[in-house]
Design a protein around this ligand. Structure first.
Ligand code: PPS
Length: 568
């Protein structure tokens, strides 16, 4: 016998005769789903969010926000809403049917709009997340990304969102239930994760399965997790390695295309309900479950065991058994992992935090066997090479004539001399010839120009190359945008070429300062257009009293100190 879905029935929402339905889409208002909405729709359509049959009505939403209950009283902790722009909402009044498409334009589902309202986002954030702090990723999404209007209504599915990766590991609730039945598994404990699995996680899941005498489902989230997490491609390869470490035929792996909210205890409750829909009877709740980390004042958003308490309080109602776990730590004397509350006085406890692991990867330092398995460490090293093998961007900024091009050219040559990584020069003139030939020097055009440079540099950096940029880039906000584009994919080194204006003007290699002073060129940087000096660049070089060799030496030393060039 298997566990019933939450609410009694699996609510699969696909329409019958979808070909005929598709023909009805052409004159309907069309909404292109965001990545997060696409995740929600995928899980709504396959029944993972049973008993929901679409995006929440206003009454369901209000009940969920206030006291975690749908209008009919069913416990449900997380709002599942379709946020849209005001402009789109104007044409989507209740009673209207709308078409939901993926970003490529594929028709995913129809929605019969039943409700349209303007949510009180601050209230939602306080009740659901416990905070309005933008350091919480779901609060940031709510205030900065989500549309102003919510639509509610039933869905009729046409096509499940397409995935090209790990197809054989993507079981729907129905498929997973069938697979459990085929294997003869009646008790299954699910492990939720958004991180690579190391020995602590293996020990924890193994103990959990033993404790409740169940088979194990590793059920990692591959939809959207916390920004900065290890990408899911790498993680899934790690999970596949991890799976081979379990006794054969006891465990399986399936991927969950969920968009996490990092909502701590409420999220844990939601995770448990979802796993029941997938046919699991037990659910592991660890320390800091679905934690968003620290708030903007450096305090934890939730207590480490808040999720344990909330699940315990509702265990009968959700019908899936929570399996609470303390953090697992390695005890050196026993050479094994134990829950932290079982450590005895005088024992030596070892652990490696996520931050410390990232540092070790970055600096190419040893990752010990007690922490993880060698094949998992190797997998992580493959996608997280040490800094001296990562891509990076050197972004020179400064006035015209400050020496940016000279430095950029010299740096390129020095890096080519060393070898190892492809180097691309994105000098101001090169870019303005090949990438931005139609642009002038208005604020808008300069911004466009600098953002284009940032985009190209980020692609180069992501692919392990070196991009050397040398625009004036006079505006701090735009430079910050470029940094934000590049830092997630590799190194970003801002070098302020801080040669004073009078020296630049004195040099006047291109005669442009003279023209600007004479009023022949308008809006010239430093003369009648602003240059906002970087406040906190990685390096500042004033080339006035220096030979090019001396200036470039400073840049090279900086790159070495930051780890981007291997020390000899
Ligand atoms: S920006 O602001 O970053 O988009 O500028 P950039 O692409 O680096 O282009 C600067 C070069 O264009 C020439 N030039 C001007 N510079 C500043 N202001 C005005 N109005 C202007 N008109 C033309 C100038 O030669 C700059 O080259 P560099 O190499 O910096 O001297």
């Amino acid at each position: 016998q298997t566990i019933s879905p939450y609410g009694g029935a699996l609510k699969e929402l696909f329409g019958t005769n979808t070909n005929a339905l598709k023909g009805q889409a052409f004159d309907l208002p069309e909404w292109t789903l965001s990545q997060r909405q696409l995740c929600d729709v995928e899980l709504l359509l396959c029944g993972a969010f049973s008993p929901l049959e679409g995006f929440m009505s206003q009454a369901d939403y209000a009940g969920v926000v206030e006291h975690m209950r749908l209008a009919d009283g069913t416990l449900w902790p997380m709002p599942i809403t379709l946020d849209v722009s005001e402009a789109f909402a104007a044409g989507a009044q209740p009673g209207q049917r709308i078409a939901l498409r993926d970003p490529e334009g594929l028709l995913i589902a129809f929605m019969e709009v039943s409700d349209r309202w303007v949510p009180d986002k601050a209230h939602e954030a306080r009740c659901v997340l416990g905070s309005e702090d933008r350091a919480h990723p779901a609060a940031a999404y709510l205030f900065e990304t989500a549309g102003a209007v919510y639509l509610g209504g039933r869905l009729t599915g046409i096509t499940a969102p397409t995935h090209y990766d790990f197809k054989t590991l993507r079981y729907t609730p129905r498929q997973l239930r069938e697979e459990f039945a085929r294997r003869g598994w009646s008790r299954v404990v699910a492990f939720q994760t958004r991180n690579p699995m190391h020995r602590a996680h293996l020990e924890l899941t193994f103990r959990a399965a033993q404790r409740v005498e169940a088979n194990l489902l590793i059920h990692p989230v591959v939809g959207m997790t916390k920004p900065g997490d290890v990408d899911h491609y790498t993680r899934v390869r790690c999970y596949e390695h991890a799976l081979r470490r379990f006794p054969e035929q006891t465990s399986m792996l399936s991927l969950l295309p969920l968009a996490m909210r990092m909502g701590g205890p409420r999220e844990a409750l939601w995770h448990a309900i979802i796993r029941r829909n997938y046919g699991c009877t037990h659910f592991i709740v660890g320390r800091d479950h679905a934690s968003p980390g620290k708030d903007s004042l450096g305090r934890e958003f939730y207590g480490p065991y808040d999720a344990h308490e909330l699940l315990a309080a509702h265990r009968d109602e959700i019908g899936i058994e929570p399996v609470p776990f303390q953090a697992m730590v390695y005890v050196e004397e026993r050479a094994e992992y134990v829950p932290v509350d079982e450590v005895e006085a005088g024992e030596t406890v070892k652990s490696i935090s996520g931050t410390e692991l990232r540092r070790r990867l970055r600096e190419g330092i040893d990752i010990p066997d007690w922490f993880t398995y060698p094949e998992i460490a190797a997998e992580l090293r493959r996608t997280h090479p040490p800094r001296h093998r990562q891509g990076f961007t050197v972004f020179f900024t400064g006035l015209s004539g400050a020496g940016k091009s000279t430095l950029a050219n010299a740096l390129m040559v020095k890096l080519m001399e060393t070898g190892g990584r492809p180097v691309t020069l994105l000098d101001g003139d090169i870019v303005r010839t090949h990438l931005s030939s139609e642009l002038g020097f208005s604020r808008e055009h300069r911004d466009l120009n600098v953002r284009r440079i940032g985009f190209v540099a980020s692609e180069i950096t992501k692919n392990g190359g070196v991009a050397i940029c040398a625009p004036i880039a006079p505006y701090a906000a735009t430079r910050r945008q470029v940094r934000e584009m590049i830092e997630p994919v590799g190194g970003f080194v801002e070098v302020h070429v801080a040669t004073p204006l009078d020296v630049c003007e004195e040099r006047d290699r291109k005669g442009l300062y003279a023209k600007a002073r004479a009023g022949l060129i308008k809006g010239f940087t430093g003369i009648d257009d602003p240059y906002e000096s970087p406040v906190d660049p990685e390096l500042r070089v004033d080339t006035s009293g220096l030979l090019p060799e001396q200036s470039i030496q400073r840049v090279l030393l900086k790159l070495e100190a930051m780890g981007f060039i291997a020390k000899p």
